[in-house]
Structures are given as C-alpha cells and as structure tokens.
Design a protein. Structure first.
Ligand SMILES: NC(=O)c1ccc[n+]([C@@H]2O[C@H](COP(=O)([O-])OP(=O)(O)OC[C@H]3O[C@@H](n4cnc5c(N)ncnc54)[C@H](O)[C@@H]3O)[C@@H](O)[C@H]2O)c1
Length: 401
C-alpha cells in the first residue's frame, strides 16, 4: 500500500491530507508535527485567542477524532531530523519511515532579535505558536508597559489587543511606515491613525538599539535616542521559511524551498506547500505568507502527489482584525500605479490599478466591496475607477461592467 508522508502539521499540512482523502486516496497517510497540539489555526492567536475570546478547541482545524476517523496517522511532538531522497525515507531520531511521496509543509519560524542586543532576555516574546500565545497572555495586565518591535500584522494585531486590555503600548517600526512590506501607503496611513486614536505610541523610522535588564528585560534603547521602561517586549520582525530539512536533503532552494507550478521540488517525489515553498510567478520564485496560500497550494500539491496535472495559480487573500476594524485584502497591490479610494457609510476601500487593470483591494469594514473586487480580480476583469470612487455607484453594477 502506498505511504504518503506530510511533514508539518499546520494549515498547509492539513490541507494536503484533507485533499488526499477527499480525492479518494486510500493508502497510508502520516502527518508529522513537532508541536504538541493537533493542527490549529494561527491567525486567532494574535487576535481573539489573545483577547481571551476563543476557546482552545475552537483553534483546532479538525476535531481530534478526525484523524482516526479518516485513517490518518497524526504524529505530534515528533521532530523529523532527516530525509533521504534516494532511499525515500524520513527519520525521526532513530526511527525511519519509508514513503512513496513526501510533502514538506514545514512553515516558517519567527525572526529573532540577536542575543547581543538583548533578544534572549526573559520577557522578550515572539508570536507564532500556541505556546507563544500562552506564554505571553499572562503579561497582558492592565497598566503594564509593552514595547512592540515591528509594524507588520503581528505587531499591529498585538498592539490592538494590548491597547484594548489597558496596557501602555509603544510600537517601533524600522521602515518609513508600518505595513510597508505588505500594504500600500494609503492603508498604512489608515492604520497609523487608527492606532494613534487608541493611544498607541507608534514610531515609524525608529528601530531598536538594545534591550537591557538583569536577566529580565527592563529598558529599551531606541534609535530616536529615547530609553523606555518596559515590562515586556513582543518581537514581530518577520519570518524565516522552514527550509532546513530540504537543504539537508539537497533539494533546490530559492526564496524558500523551490517548487515548480505543480508544487514539486527538485526531487519529483517530494512536494512543498505553504510558507516554506516558493513557486514560479511572473518570472520570479514567489512565496506567499498566508493562510489562503497554505490551503490552496496544499490542495494543488495533494492532487499532484496523486498523479494529477494541476497547476497552482495563486489567488491571494488576507485579513486582519484590529480593534473593531476588519481589513480584507484580495490580490497583490505590488507595482500599482493608481489607487482609488471608495468611502461609504462606515466603509472604506482602496482599489489598486496597474495599467488600468484592477489588481488588488484593501477593504476596511467593507465586506461587499471586498467580495466584488475579489471576483473581478480573480476573473481578470476590471472596474471603471470613476465609478468605483463614486459612493452612489451600486457595487453590483461594477460586476456587470
Ligand atoms: N492578519 C494576517 O494576515 C497576519 C497576522 C499576523 C501575522 N501574519 C503573518 O505572519 C508573518 C509574521 O508577521 P510579522 O508582522 O512579524 O512580519 P512582517 O514581515 O509582515 O513585518 C515585520 C515588520 O518588522 C519591521 N522590522 C524588522 N526588523 C525591525 C527592527 N529591528 N525594528 C523595528 N522594526 C523592524 C519590518 O520593517 C516589517 O515592517 C507574516 O507573514 C505576516 O504576514 C499575518
């Protein structure tokens, strides 16, 4: 009987095994993860879970009984230590498992601050895993002072939770503006104003010089010359794709584990999906760090592991919850040459165009605008910018062109 092994029990790994069974694969499946919990959703960790508004079980992607019901061997707390592509085996310490097809869904790890600037002091946290969220949660005491390093989604979502819980929040972003890697200037402007209105001391173009303390962090020296007293620090300075096993196995790497349009690595029996994997897109090896990518690319990889011929076409979508604001993003705004702002009753959306073509939307409390733009983008259609900007235009009319 064929044995398919999936390394990495996150969103992409779950998508692969679910799709394998959904497609009728009746061979053996082993899903291996190094965390104690079964596959769970990460997005709520920096939002509802941290706020104490979500039970642990609701984080799980499937009830624990699912794996036995679907005859999937779920190995938790198991760290794969090596892959031998010639022998087609995977090692977990001394244990050796043989595979027919293998998928790497090894995700990513948070970038850490160097020990030389205090990154290893107690009270300095990253925010990626359930264990991270559980470790930080007790620090969220009303009146405590937190420094957040990094103005990406991790930093901003953590800042929103901290502010809501009555902490004194300072956030430093080294780049000129928050969200520079992932969003437009217009969207950065909106979120800067939102956080400032909630009392967050948000400093852009400011980095960290050093964290100090006797064992536990007490102060932070910043590049703007100030020194802050801090109770704890959250570091959200980006991620590093999980390529170590692939590298040890001699697989090709390029901006992550290099895959082709089918999600196959340089070894035809080994596939990769999710944060760890790059794929060809418009002349570059692109990597998308998102739940949507993990799910969609995972599904494509599963089908191709079964010998189908499915090509991965990314349809990027993201979301972020901060205070009472829901940001929904479809498409990629990179390279846009025009931004159209549409404002309605409590809604706002930024529509991005390149050479007259709608390429992305950032919708702020505007689920209808998001749905319409997402459909247009995914079907390669566009919408007249003047009509988009006019709040009296019925969104359904945009769909008709
Ligand atoms: N809602 C969502 O979609 C969501 C939520 C949370 C996390 N995530 C994802 O999780 C991953 C990690 O998130 P993230 O926010 O850590 O990564 P990120 O790469 O999106 O943002 C990191 C930010 O830190 C800044 N930075 C780097 N070094 C710094 C320093 N020394 N001092 C100050 N600023 C510094 C960078 O300029 C950047 O703006 C990303 O893929 C992110 O998209 C997504």
């Amino acid at each position: 009987m064929s044995h398919f092994i999936v390394i990495g029990a996150g969103q992409a790994g779950q998508s692969i095994v679910t799709t394998l069974r959904g497609q009728g694969f009746d061979g053996r499946i082993t899903l291996i993860g190094d965390e104690p919990a079964p596959p769970y959703q990460r997005p709520p960790l920096s939002k509802a879970y941290l706020l104490g508004e979500m039970e642990l079980e609701r984080l799980f992607l499937r009830p624990e009984s699912y794996y036995a019901d679907e005859n999937i061997t779920l190995r938790t707390n198991a760290k794969v230590t090596g892959i031998d592509p010639k022998a087609k085996t995977v090692s977990i310490g001394d244990e050796v498992l043989s595979y027919d097809k293998l998928a790497l869904a090894t995700g990513s790890a948070p970038r850490l601050l160097p020990a030389a600037i205090g990154g290893e002091l107690e009270g300095v946290y990253t925010m990626r895993t359930l264990a991270d969220a559980d470790a930080i949660e007790p620090e969220f005491r009303e009146g405590a002072s937190v420094l957040i390093v990094g103005g990406g989604y991790i930093g901003l979502e953590a800042a929103a939770v901290a502010s809501k819980k009555g902490l004194k929040v300072t956030l430093v972003e080294m780049a000129d503006r928050i969200l520079q890697r992932v969003a437009s200037k217009e969207t950065s402007d909106y979120f800067r104003a939102l956080h400032s209105s909630h009392g967050v001391d948000l400093r852009e173009g400011v980095g960290l010089v050093k964290l100090s303390g006797d064992g536990r962090v007490k102060t932070a020296d910043l590049t703007d010359g100030t020194t802050l007293d801090v109770d704890f620090v959250i570091v959200g300075v980006g991620i590093i794709p999980g390529t170590e096993l692939a590298e040890l196995a001699g697989l090709a790497l390029e901006n992550g584990i290099k895959t082709d349009l089918h999600g196959a690595t340089s070894d035809p029996d080994i596939f990769a999906a999710g944060d760890c994997a790059s794929f060809p897109h418009e002349g570059v090896q692109m990597r998308l760090e998102s739940v949507g990518n993990a799910i969609d690319q995972g599904a494509v990889v599963a089908k191709n592991m079964l010998g189908q011929d499915v090509i991965y076409t990314p349809k990027p979508w993201f979301w972020s919850d901060q205070y009472d604001v829901k940001l929904q993003i479809a498409g990629l705004s990179t390279g846009h040459d025009q931004v159209v702002i549409r404002e309605g009753d409590g809604t706002r959306s930024h529509w991005y165009y390149k050479d007259g073509q709608l390429i992305a939307i950032d919708a702020i409390n505007d689920p209808r605008g998001y749905m319409v733009a997402k459909r247009l983008i995914e079907s390669g259609k566009t919408a007249d910018p003047d009509k988009v900007a006019d709040p009296s235009t019925d969104l359904k009319q945009l769909m008709r062109g």
